[in-house]
Write a protein that binds this ligand. Structure first.
Ligand SMILES: NC(=O)c1ccc[n+]([C@@H]2O[C@H](COP(=O)([O-])OP(=O)(O)OC[C@H]3O[C@@H](n4cnc5c(N)ncnc54)[C@H](O)[C@@H]3O)[C@@H](O)[C@H]2O)c1
Ligand SMILES: [Zn+2]
Length: 648
């Protein structure tokens, strides 16, 4: 659930009126799965995370934000405005002022390869304007993970939306000093707090450094802790120009990249979330310029994985919808990249047993893009904690290779509740049936998806749901049936073993939903992507869920049929077999819907223009440079109108 202060931040930013509701937001964060979200939900969730992050109360890790949710938006809608602008700060009161110069975000990479590519681009650009590559000079500075601000000598501004910021000069009136030479007016920098000071003086009162930085800026009256930190010069404004730096030529940079990273990351006593590389040549910087999001002459190399050494307090078994019992380690609360971690999953009970994970085990915790971090390595083993009985239903557990299973598929509460939850989560077109509601329904004797669809208002109120909640549940249930949903998603909601959403779609590209229950293993194996083991498992599982499936299917859902692969290929539409890229804002419907239609008509829809692209279909607000670049590659550029005429 969101905390009340998180909710307040959303209210201040007017994000409390979104379609996403608090329990849904918390649920998405907990599952860290972006694929189930609609496009609108995805963008709304990003806005919510950004607001909470800037307000000092992050909901998810930076890695989850970048690699799960932002990456999904990039995959689906690479041209989405959210990706092409500076993520706004929304939380501070104060006068809005135009920034003396634009403050942008940074381009990011997570690998040495990304740095190499960036260098190649710079070298090409240098050649274009006749600059000798060997003369280029580079600089690496620690990427401070504080609160970005701009000091023009008189006022201090927040970064705001990159063009307009908020006047927060009050922090200097409160005694904040400028780090380094102490001079005002050095432009962009960050408000940061000493790591050592935070650990010794503030850790008990603030969740993380970001949380503290936000408090320095936003609170009307400073708390005693903040005041003391400022007086002790532990909290400072650090102009980037004053940061310690590595400097050298491109060849040095390439050869010593790993060393430069290690040195720079530990060169200051502040939270650092990467290293910023930039070229210093002014002519080249001017030539390169910026996108709406970042300067092309600068790149941040962010570290992908974070680790910490932690002691295990106990290991808790959790039964999943498939009956597999997963070990969750309860940990001594530990800070990892700003969030307080108190639980981690071990891969399976085989690992718990072999490596000795139990009370007092010391482990290395790794976090790479998931909200719940994983135990990667055991540093000091102890007696393992292995359960004999299912924590949910008490039946005796059995081993199947490395895994422990509860075989009580028909009565185990965890299995039943998690399966129902899975169904509604995958449908993703309603948000009435979350974990808590399902638990309550199950406790009242409702133990299947079908049974949920039989409930009346009286049934629900009889189970202790309030009149309003009950009505809302029925409305949400109605939505789940009336809103259009792809048939592969519907099939995926049944949680068939070895049938993730991708395999469901693949299967339905060859057979109608109504026909898949008659399929044999060889027929499934004939489909590209299904190996013999998978095919056999699919047949067995389909047989197992057949009755349940038919009953629910017959309730009536608004299913969209997956086009057969053959239909797509043999289609005689004017765009059959063509590769199309859509760009800009479309006037005649959402781009998503247009892509779907194009696919149905046999076209391949790509997200970026290459020499193989046939058509670039342009909506509104498409830059001339983009059009010119496509034409130069021999791509036919047509307007949305012309495209629709072509289809007619
Ligand atoms: N956890 C979450 O929910 C959440 C939400 C939103 C954003 N984020 C994180 O924030 C990031 C995006 O934020 P952003 O737009 O501020 O981009 P960014 O992380 O790329 O930071 C850009 C900023 O870096 C600062 N910076 C720090 N040290 C610097 C140096 N040495 N030289 C130059 N600039 C330096 C500048 O102020 C610049 O504005 C994402 O990558 C994500 O990880 C997380
Ligand atoms: Zn059980």
């Amino acid at each position: 659930m969101l905390t009340s202060s998180q909710w307040q931040l959303l209210e201040t930013a007017s994000l409390n009126t979104l379609n996403l509701r608090p329990e849904h937001i918390a649920d998405i964060a907990a599952h860290s799965d972006a694929t189930l979200l609609s496009n609108t939900q995805l963008v709304e969730f990003l806005q919510v995370c950004n607001c909470l992050y800037r307000g000092g109360e992050p909901l998810i890790t930076d890695l989850a934000y970048d690699h799960v949710f932002l990456a999904e938006l990039e995959k689906r809608q690479p041209e989405h405005p959210y990706l092409n602008s500076v993520e706004p700060e929304v939380t501070f009161a104060g006068k809005t002022v135009l920034l003396p110069e634009k403050m942008l975000s940074t381009e990011k990479t997570y690998s040495a390869d990304g740095i190499e590519k960036w260098l190649t681009r710079l070298e090409k650009a240098a050649e274009d304007i006749g600059i000798d590559i060997a003369s280029l000079h580079f600089k690496a500075t620690p990427k401070l993970d504080g609160y970005a601000a701009y000091d023009d000598g008189t006022l201090l501004y927040t970064r705001g939306d990159g063009k307009k910021g908020t006047d927060i000069s009050r922090v200097f009136e409160r005694g904040l000093i400028v780090a380094g030479n102490g001079l005002r007016g050095q432009g962009a920098g960050e408000i940061v707090i000493s790591l050592r000071y935070f650990a010794s003086h503030l850790a008990d009162n603030f969740d993380n450094a970001r949380n503290f930085q936000a408090s320095i800026i936003k609170e009307k009256d400073l708390g005693a802790h903040a005041l003391e930190a400022i007086q002790n010069h532990a909290a400072v404004f650090f102009p980037f120009a004053q940061l310690p730096s590595w400097q050298g030529c491109a060849a040095d940079l390439k050869t010593n990249l790993a060393d430069i990273m290690t040195q720079t990351l530990s060169s200051v006593d502040y939270d650092v979330d990467g290293v910023v590389f930039e070229v210093t040549n002014d002519a080249l910087k001017n030539h390169l310029g910026a996108t709406r999001h970042h300067h092309r002459w600068q790149i941040a190399y962010k570290s992908n994985i974070e680790t910490a050494t932690v002691t295990v307090l106990s290991v808790t078994p959790q039964t999943s919808r498939s009956g597999r019992v997963n070990p969750v380690a309860e940990l001594e609360p530990t800070r990892l990249s700003g969030a307080l971690i108190s639980r981690a999953t071990a891969h399976h009970y085989g690992m718990v047993k072999e490596q000795g994970i139990g009370v007092g085990t010391v482990i290395e915790l790794t976090r790479s893009g998931q909200v719940i971090p994983k135990i990667e390595r055991v540093l000091k083993p102890k007696t393992p904690q292995i359960p004999e009985h299912c924590p949910s239903c008490g039946s005796t557990l059995v081993w199947d290779s490395d895994y422990l299973y509860c075989l009580n598929t028909t009565q185990c509460p965890s299995q039943i509740e998690n399966s129902i939850e899975h169904f509604f989560r995958v449908l993703a077109n309603n948000d009435g049936f979350g974990g808590k509601t399902i638990q309550k329904l199950h406790a009242a004797g409702v133990s299947s998806v079908y049974a949920i669809y039989q409930l009346t208002l009286e049934d629900l109120t009889g189970m202790g749901f309030g009149e309003k909640t009950a009505q809302n549940l029925l409305a949400q249930r109605q939505l789940s049936q009336s809103l259009a949903i792809e048939d592969w998603r519907f099939l995926g909601a049944f949680g068939i073993h070895r049938m993730g959403l991708g395999n469901c779609e693949r299967l339905l590209q060859h057979y109608r939903l109504a026909d898949i229950f008659q399929l044999t293993a060889p027929q499934i194996m004939a489909i590209e992507g299904f190996a013999d083991k998978t095919a056999a498992a699919v047949v067995a599982c389909l047989a197992k869920i057949n009755n349940d499936f038919q009953r629910i299917y017959q309730l009536g859902f608004n299913l969209t049929r997956t086009p057969f692969l053959t239909e797509q290929q043999q289609n005689h539409s004017p765009i059959a077999g063509k590769i199309i890229v859509f760009t800009g804002t479309m006037l005649h419907g959402k781009r998503d819907a247009m892509s779907q239609q194009a696919k149905r008509l046999g076209a391949k829809v790509a997200t970026s223009v290459t020499g193989k692209t046939d058509f670039l279909v342009t909506g509104m607000d498409v830059g001339a440079a983009k059009i010119a670049a496509a034409s130069a590659k021999g791509v036919q550029v047509i307007s949305e109108e012309d495209y629709l005429a072509l289809l007619r």
